[in-house]
Design a protein around this ligand. Structure first.
Ligand code: C2E
Ligand code: CA
Ligand code: CA
Length: 697
């Protein structure tokens, strides 16, 4: 039974209003999940009832009555309580009260079955006792209260329920009332007063009663009063049913529905309910602020993958424990799933208070974790959203804290970041861009523009760098900075990259056919890390080159220094495979990354492209000429060529030439041009030579 409780349905004991009332718990399709004792006694054994269609217990399968019951159950599953009277084969005319369990919306249905019709008519002469006897099941305790003398006769079963020997029991009402939990006693007195005043048809209330073992038992108390001619209640009799098991089951059900099974923390559902109230409170109340912290742990996946799920679970349990210990009574820590935890700080007087809390929490969470003898460290990135009346829905608050967490994560390890609106705008733009990008790749809206690369010795056009542009139907021609980073992040760069590589290869083939005298003419493509790490990258590249029939030596790929160096173990073998295919390799944006000159020969590189930041400042930064000179010297020693990017001025050309740089590209010679413009550019320079000398310009 306890296993079932996690799946959303479990036990409820007998409730009953009048004669032989029985109950059961059904799943939304009408199957019995739990059957009350009386139902079991009436119909059959427990294990044969569970799993059966409820309607078929009462009626023959497929009869109109069975169908009627199924229909009623389906309606109740829509979250409405329903009453129906049905002629059943098994129990005669019965009244069904079906109620969705409030703890678990729609997931479980509680059915009370009550005998209806003539059987319910009572003998007015001894109404209360008949009632007590009728309501009694084998395990119920009976009581009969003489209201005039104020004595209560208890049955022996009643005595046993509280662990007493029947002989020990007096007829004092205190035998009972002194054992009732004080908070429930008040309710019993109120209910008795209501009933004896004629305001209720029966007495019915739940209470905790103390067993002699010191533990409280939950009991359901039912009773009915007898009135004299003046309508004064003179006698009250009824029964006590032990419903402890049901109460525990209910608690478990509630617990399971609202708590995370592993850590016992509130789950997303409970948190959302809780935040709902917080959002409302901050919207109504004057200046009531709370704060939501969204936590994400680094290394969780690593721990899980490398040490196994049991250790991963232990890690999560330990985190939960630390969170619980870090918060106040009015706060809430919840687990949303995976290693995503949140903390709701309520109240949060100021932003400072919240960021101070985050700092302290990060400290707590970065202490080593002892997981079954293994020590691991981890740290949490935290996103913070202040709940300050600006919110209508808890989802928005959660989303914003999540967005801030994402920023915290990208900023570096173990940071906390407070949400601001710009983050949200950026996230929205990013999402829109992601969708738009995928569509645009399919619609082939991307083109390549070409920027010539000029040989500084011969002044010949020795190639073109292919640069992606998005021909956007509404926004016009978009630069790579508007879409390449997103494409890299989302992985769209992979399919986009192949589309562009194919275009570049076709273009190369056309130019080589039409300008055979430009023997050096090369096309350079930029490639991102995401593309290179695809397992089929090299084989696809080989296939492309063979299909389009180009000379691989004229096809060059540029990879940024950062990409190569930061992930050398993975990237170097790929570069080697590309080398084997015969394409040329360039290290892009050289000088912006972390590589030292001494490790340059670790990589199979043909060309170094010096970043334009150096070139721009070549004549302003005193040290730059010397640096460039050193780079050129070393590269030449390693058999590499050096190309300078971003040349905008004649003086830069002259200086680069003097420093023995091999080639350069930049606005000084030409901006990136559309394929048509590029072809025209080639036609304007039939011998491929740009007659621009430093002196002439
Ligand atoms: P990059 O590879 O460093 O490309 C050179 C960038 O410098 C180009 O910017 C080019 O237009 C610009 N540039 C050229 N000469 C000058 C100059 O004299 N002055 C200045 N200020 N800039 C100059 P663009 O076209 O905007 O491309 C930007 C970046 O986008 C590229 O930087 C490259 O990293 C990336 N990118 C472009 N196309 C692709 C592609 O097809 N795939 C990938 N993965 N990345 C691409
Ligand atoms: Ca480049
Ligand atoms: Ca570059």
């Amino acid at each position: 039974m306890t296993e079932r409780s996690t799946s959303g349905a479990t036990a409820i004991a007998d409730h009953g209003t009048a004669a032989a009332a029985v109950s059961a718990l059904l799943d939304p399709t009408g199957r019995v999940v739990w059957a009350g004792r009386t139902l079991v006694q009436t119909i059959g054994h427990h294990h044969t009832l569970v799993g059966k269609q409820f309607s078929e217990l009462l009626c023959e399968k497929n009869t109109p009555q069975a169908q009627q019951i199924d229909l009623v159950i389906r309606q109740a599953a829509q979250d409405t309580a329903i009453h129906a009277t049905i002629d059943s084969t098994a129990l005669g005319r019965v009244r069904l009260d079906i109620e969705p369990m409030p703890t678990n919306t729609g997931a479980a249905l509680h059915v009370t079955i009550e005998q209806a019709g003539p059987a319910n008519e009572q003998d007015p002469n001894d109404e209360s006792l008949r009632y007590a006897l009728a309501a009694q099941s084998a395990n119920d305790g009976l009581w009969d209260w003489d209201l005039v003398k104020d004595v209560i006769h208890y049955s022996s079963r009643w005595a046993k329920m509280v662990g007493l020997d029947p002989a020990e029991l007096t007829t004092s009402p205190d035998e009972w009332f002194n054992r009732i939990a004080s908070s429930d006693l008040h309710q019993l007195h109120a209910d008795v007063a209501m009933h004896t005043a004629g305001a209720t048809k029966q007495l019915r209330c739940e209470q905790r009663i103390k067993h002699v073992d010191g533990e409280y038992r939950w009991v359901l108390c039912r009773g009915k009063a007898v009135f004299d001619d003046q309508n004064n209640a003179i006698r009250l009799a009824g029964s006590l049913t032990d419903i402890t098991e049901m109460k525990h089951a209910e608690d478990k059900l509630r617990q399971a529905a609202l708590h995370d099974r592993l850590t016992g923390l509130p789950n997303r559902r409970m948190l959302t309910d809780h935040l709902h109230r917080a959002v409302q409170k901050s919207a109504d109340g004057p200046k009531h602020q709370s704060a939501l912290l969204f936590l994400d742990f680094d290394r969780f996946k690593l721990i899980n993958d490398s040490m196994g799920h049991d250790v991963g679970d232990l890690f999560l349990i330990t985190i939960a424990k630390r969170l619980r210990e870090s918060i106040r009574k009015t706060d809430m820590a919840a687990r949303l799933g995976g290693d995503e935890f949140v903390i709701h700080l309520d109240p949060a007087e100021s932003l400072k208070e919240v960021t101070d809390f985050a700092t302290a929490l990060q400290e707590t969470l970065s202490a080593p974790y002892n997981l079954d003898g293994r020590h691991v460290t981890s740290s949490a990135s935290i996103g913070i959203a202040m709940c300050d009346g600006a919110y209508e829905k808890p989802e928005d608050l959660l989303r914003n804290a999540d967005t801030a967490m994402y920023h915290a994560k990208t900023t570096g390890k173990a940071k906390h970041v407070v949400f601001d609106q710009e983050m949200h705008n950026a996230a929205v733009r990013r999402l829109e861009m992601e969708t738009a990008l995928t569509k645009a790749v399919d619609a082939r809206q991307f083109v390549l523009h070409y920027q010539p690369i000029i040989n500084l010795h011969s002044r010949q056009i020795e190639g073109f760098e292919a640069l992606a542009r998005w021909q956007h139907p509404e926004h016009g021609l978009l630069e790579p900075e508007d879409f390449i980073p997103v494409a890299e992040e989302t992985g769209a760069i992979v399919s986009l990259g192949w589309q562009l590589a194919e275009m570049a290869a076709e273009q190369l083939k056309t130019w080589r056919d039409e300008y055979p005298h430009l023997t050096e003419l090369t096309v350079c493509m930029n490639v991102a890390r995401r593309q290179l790490v695809m397992p089929d990258w090299s084989s696809n590249l080989r296939e492309l080159i063979e299909r389009i029939q180009i000379d691989p030596a004229m096809f060059q790929f540029e990879i940024t220094e950062t990409t190569i160096v930061s992930d050398a173990d993975v990237i170097t073998p790929v570069l080697q495979q590309m080398r084997d295919i015969g394409v040329k390799l360039g290290m892009d944006d050289f000088g912006t990354g972390q590589s030292s000159l001494s490790c340059l020969d670790d990589f199979p590189i043909d060309v170094l492209k010096i970043d334009r930041a150096f070139v721009h400042n070549i004549d302003r930064e005193r040290s730059f000429p010397a640096i460039i000179n050193a780079i050129v010297g070393l590269a030449h020693n390693l058999g590499m060529k050096v190309v300078a990017e971003g040349v905008e001025m004649n003086e830069q050309v002259a200086l680069l030439q003097a420093l023995d740089c091999d080639a350069c590209q930049g606005y000084f010679f030409a901006r990136p041009m559309s394929p048509e413009e590029t072809t025209q550019f080639l036609n304007e320079h039939p011998d491929g030579v740009l007659y621009i000398t430093p002196a002439e310009a």
